[in-house]
Ligand binder design. Structure first.
Ligand code: CTP
Length: 214
């Protein structure tokens, strides 16, 4: 078989009110970064679209830095078309200011009730455009983790979803550790156990390689 082409998204997105103020979340990008490294290490051809993050460049991974959800969608689209698998681990902001300002607003002029609008659901859009790609989603949940993840799996028409319990102390956002369960389309659940994010990334990529490309 030819080299597996893999698109990984990582990190948060930023949705700016004005040049110095934005909506975002505490994602560090580590989960996606480690997944990209693990996929590269098993010989896959990896592209990574990553939101603002402090992580170092990954040798051997084509990296596309972006800022907003809209930019992430636009960067992903052409790469997705050429990919065998998408691993959507980015923590995309769900909303953005409807009327961002080109200049910094003075404190006295800040709109205290700014109008927001939803950002594009990147995974749902790519899913609707998919041909034969395998789609792997993430579900960051603080409660009803498995049930909510199952709903997203069905709603976004995914092959599998990584349920990520972000409510546990020292796990999830910005931590080096995580606890994940993999849920497959037909209902099978694989417990990856809590571990360091680099260890989990290897387990995840090995699992995907064995399940979808063996
Ligand atoms: N996602 C996306 N585009 C968005 C929001 C989320 O592509 N605008 C992707 C995430 O990268 C993840 C999956 O959709 O792979 C689920 O994201 P999550 O934030 O857990 O769920 P939401 O779809 O945003 O739903 P909710 O906030 O209601 O839990």
């Amino acid at each position: 078989m030819n080299k597996i082409k893999c698109l990984v998204t990582a990190g948060p997105t930023r949705e700016y009110f004005d040049p110095v103020r934005f909506i975002s979340n505490p994602s560090s990008g580590k989960t996606g970064w480690h997944i990209a490294a693990a996929a590269r290490n098993i010989g896959w051809d990896v592209s990574m679209v990553i939101g603002p993050s402090q992580l170092p460049k990954l040798d051997g991974v084509q990296t596309f830095p972006v800022t907003s959800a809209q930019e992430m969608l636009e960067a992903c689209r052409p790469i997705f078309r050429q990919s065998h698998i998408l691993i959507m681990s980015a923590a995309v902001s769900d909303v953005r200011p409807k009327y961002p300002l080109p200049q910094k607003a003075k404190k006295a002029d800040i709109d205290l009730h700014p109008e927001l609008e939803r950002t594009p659901d990147i995974l749902k859009i790519l899913s609707s455009e998919k041909e034969n790609q395998i789609l792997v989603g993430f579900a960051a949940e603080t409660e009803n983790v498995i049930e909510s993840a199952k709903k997203k799996l069905a709603d976004k028409n995914l092959d599998c979803i990584v349920a990520n319990a972000v409510g546990i102390e020292n796990c999830g956002f910005a931590s080096d550790y995580n606890k994940i369960d993999m849920i497959l389309k037909r209902g099978e659940i694989v417990d990856f156990k809590a571990a360091r994010k680099d260890v989990l990334a290897r387990r995840l990529v090995d699992f995907l390689a064995a399940r979808f490309f063996a």
